[in-house]
Design a protein around this ligand. Structure first.
Ligand SMILES: C[S@@+](CC[C@H](N)C(=O)[O-])C[C@H]1O[C@@H](n2cnc3c(N)ncnc32)[C@H](O)[C@@H]1O
Length: 453
């Protein structure tokens, strides 16, 4: 019994450490959480799942959680000591959203954490706020949809302007749902059937996606590095939406492909796999640190027709002019389509940031189009649902560069064409999470162009 209680505190200490890094020091949650899970490999699967859920859940619901704390605490969250604020946030998440942890245990562990970090004087405060919320929680409701789905007000308003109220509510709700991890099979390394067998033998739940030859929904595993299929490079984590770039690029064997913003390499690896050892993919990114992520994936997957290179995409490279059969411009973006996986995006992005990204994308596009050879393809994509980036910049390409849109209607799985808000004949698809066939997918935008001869 004593041992269990100790572990409860240890788990919460790890969560507190991750939240402090993310919320007070600006680190990315997926990186810090992965590092922590790697470091604490010796913990039980259940403990690790608890750490993941509470960390992610606290970030997913943080705006709502803060509103609840502010309702019941005299000291508002903005004025609290950062550590106490994090303890309260992660504890309120457990009180409101995790039935399996008794409220009294949540309150006790929070008090112990505060004491452990030498905040003896705030023991009563932490206990009082949490016990009040535990008592009052059945009464708590949110009229304001932005708060109900824990989205910053300006962002929610922007989505309403872009997509209308009903669709926005579906998008916002879908970001709070648990989704499987989608992985793409490297078919040059193993068949999907072999990979499914390996995953299931190691206890993971693996469901092939109907209508695709390479995608699998993966869940119920402890950590990726513990799976043979991952270590051997047979699978690559990639959302279905993102894998659609490779499908729409449809490279012919022997093609020369330049991916100008490639890290960590999801699309480049997919394209190299499709080339079946022929041709070449050059996968570029801005810094050594970023290309190192691509190199890691290359080493694991063992593909030989791909190389990584540091290059700033805003700087012209005369050597590649008119050389590429396909240029992939999967550009830095506001990331508002992947909030379901990276909830901290909600707190980082600003309205000014959106404008800067729209402009950066145009700056990159105005350089990289020259690498496409006449008759070749330019694919501009983002993992966002912001019309100001996506459709506006695709229209900018059409009006300013020597490219024509490629009709992608026939290239999509059945049913997808009904849901796209962008025009498929104009070479564009906007995937909205939570809508129609895209229930479990990331939000994504892809536009396909062909260079005039
Ligand atoms: C959306 S991510 C790319 C994801 C990648 N295509 C994949 O599928 O794994 C955008 C990338 O652009 C890179 N980036 C940002 N500014 C850049 C620049 N000026 N030149 C090259 N890469 C840049 C970022 O480092 C980031 O890795």
């Amino acid at each position: 019994m004593a041992k269990q209680t100790d572990r409860g505190l240890e788990n919460r200490e790890i969560i507190l450490g991750v939240l402090t890094e993310v919320l007070e020091k600006g680190s990315f949650v997926h990186l810090i959480l992965n590092q922590a899970l790697y470091k604490y490999q010796y913990l039980d699967k259940a403990d690790r799942a608890f750490i993941t859920r509470v960390t992610e859940g606290t970030l997913e619901y943080m705006l709502q959680i803060d509103a609840v704390i502010d309702r019941y605490s005299k000291t508002k969250t903005k004025r609290m000591k950062p550590l106490i604020r994090s303890i309260l946030r992660m504890s309120v998440y457990q009180l409101l959203y995790m039935d399996r942890v008794p409220d009294s245990a949540v309150c006790n562990e929070a008090v112990k954490l505060a004491v452990k970090h030498k905040f003896h004087g705030l023991k009563g405060f932490v206990n009082g706020v949490l016990r009040t919320i535990s008592r009052e929680k059945a009464q708590i409701a949110f009229e304001d949809p932005a708060l109900r789905y824990s989205v910053p007000a300006w962002m929610y308003e922007k989505w309403v302007q872009d997509w209308g109220e009903e669709t926005t509510e579906k998008i916002a709700a879908s970001f709070l749902k648990t989704r499987p991890t989608w992985v793409r099979c490297n078919l040059s390394a193993a068949s999907r059937e072999e990979i499914l067998i390996s995953l299931k033998q190691e206890g993971a739940k693996a469901e092939p996606l109907a209508g695709s030859d390479s995608m699998i929904a993966l869940s119920g595993y402890d950590y990726l590095e513990g799976l043979t299929a991952f270590c051997e490079g047979w699978i690559q984590v990639q959302d279905i939406s993102s894998s659609l770039v490779g499908e729409l690029a449809a490279p012919k064997e022997g093609a020369y492909i330049l991916d100008v913003c490639a890290a960590p390499g999801g699309k480049s690896l997919h394209l190299a796999d499709k080339l079946k050892g022929t041709g070449l993919v050059e996968a570029r990114d801005l810094t050594e640190q970023k290309t190192a992520l691509i190199e890691d994936n290359l080493a694991r997957c063992g593909l030989t027709n791909i190389r990584a290179r540091v290059w700033d995409a805003t700087v012209p490279d005369p050597q590649w002019e008119n050389q590429a059969d396909i240029v992939i411009a999967d550009l830095p973006c506001s990331g508002m389509g992947i909030i379901g996986r990276k909830p901290d995006i909600k707190y980082r992005m600003t309205e000014e940031g959106l404008k800067e990204l729209e402009e950066l994308q145009r700056r990159i596009l105005s350089v990289v189009w020259r690498y496409v050879k006449p008759g070749g393809k330019l694919i501009y994509s983002t993992c966002t649902i912001n019309r100001g980036e996506n459709e506006k910049n695709a229209d900018w390409i059409r009006r300013n560069l020597p490219f024509d849109p490629v009709d992608i209607t026939k290239l999509l799985p059945d049913g997808w064409e009904r849901e796209s808000t962008a025009s498929l004949e104009e070479g564009q698809i906007q995937i909205l999470p939570g809508i129609g066939p895209w229930e479990d997918f990331d939000g994504f935008f892809i536009s396909v162009f062909k260079r005039r001869i």
